[in-house]
Design a protein around this ligand. Structure first.
Ligand code: FPP
Length: 253
């Protein structure tokens, strides 16, 4: 990645409009969809789509850093994705291992902190260990946080937060009457991250598919037809332009 000057704090960067300040989202999340269709359209096996999808990950990470986005959260593997064929799961696992091996140095060099949500231990031994190590090694980086959702499901995340609160209430540590939105939010895996500003889904599907349901409460939603492997720096910039043009009222007037 290069080191183009990043707008500060995701608040107002310079747009293309000759120095007119524009809002840059601090936290962008992407449902990367369409790898399979991209491959099918070319008569290629699905794994070729995932491979091309991994290149698109690299491009979006670069674009996010260049535009001054502070957090990029990617839905890499949902808890429902375990229903895919064992062949596809092992292809995806292998791809993630290769990506990690190849990109770790770049993440370090570019000041990217890796974070995980979901349950990466579900991928077992070697990959889980490598992921833990990469999280540890990049923990002090602060230019951009890359959050990868692995074996992630939003309902399970919310249920786990509720369970922990219930356990504490039963133990007499907290009064159930004090459990509010902040308490639930604090129990989510994203608790220490900035609010989600923009959620993008590629490939023309218009669903959240159990991704960041709580966190997306006030996020701008953007559904684009582009298949994920075709999503490039320009697509990312276009998404930020659309975001900047929208008016966010958070329920107010
Ligand atoms: C959705 O396309 C994509 C996935 C389930 C996997 C996303 C994985 C990557 C982009 C590869 C590597 C990831 C990282 C973080 C390096 P789909 O297969 O559901 O596409 P389809 O709906 O067209 O079949």
């Amino acid at each position: 990645m290069n080191s183009a000057p990043a707008p500060t704090e995701g608040a107002a960067g310079l747009g293309n409009g000759g120095g007119v300040p524009r809002r840059v989202p601090k936290h962008v999340a992407i449902i990367m969809d369409g790898n399979g269709r991209w491959a099918t359209q070319r008569g290629l096996p699905r794994v070729a789509g995932h491979r091309a999808g991994a290149e698109a990950v690299r491009r979006s990470l670069q674009a996010a850093a260049d535009h001054g986005v502070k957090v990029l959260t990617l839905y890499a593997f949902s808890s429902e994705n375990w229903r895919r064929s064992t062949e596809e799961i092992s292809d995806l696992t292998a791809l993630m291992r290769i990506y990690l091996e190849r990109e770790l140095k770049t993440l370090q060099k570019e000041g990217v902190r890796l974070r995980l949500i979901g349950d990466h231990s579900a991928f077992g031994g070697e990959l889980a260990k490598r992921l833990d190590k990469a999280v540890e090694q990049t923990a002090d980086n602060d230019r951009l946080t890359l959050v990868v959702a692995l074996s992630y499901g939003s309902r399970a995340e919310i249920a786990a937060a509720a369970r922990r609160l219930a356990t504490r209430a039963v133990a007499g540590e907290i009064d159930p009457a004090t459990i509010d939105e902040a308490a639930v939010g604090a129990g989510l895996q994203t608790a220490d991250l900035p609010e989600l500003d923009l959620l993008i889904r590629t490939s023309g599907e218009v669903r959240l598919s159990n991704f960041l349901l709580w966190q997306a409460a006030y996020a701008e939603l953007l559904f684009v037809d582009t298949l994920w492997p075709d999503f490039d720096e320009q697509s990312f910039a276009d998404a930020l332009e659309i975001y900047a043009a929208r008016e966010r009222r958070f329920g107010g007037r």
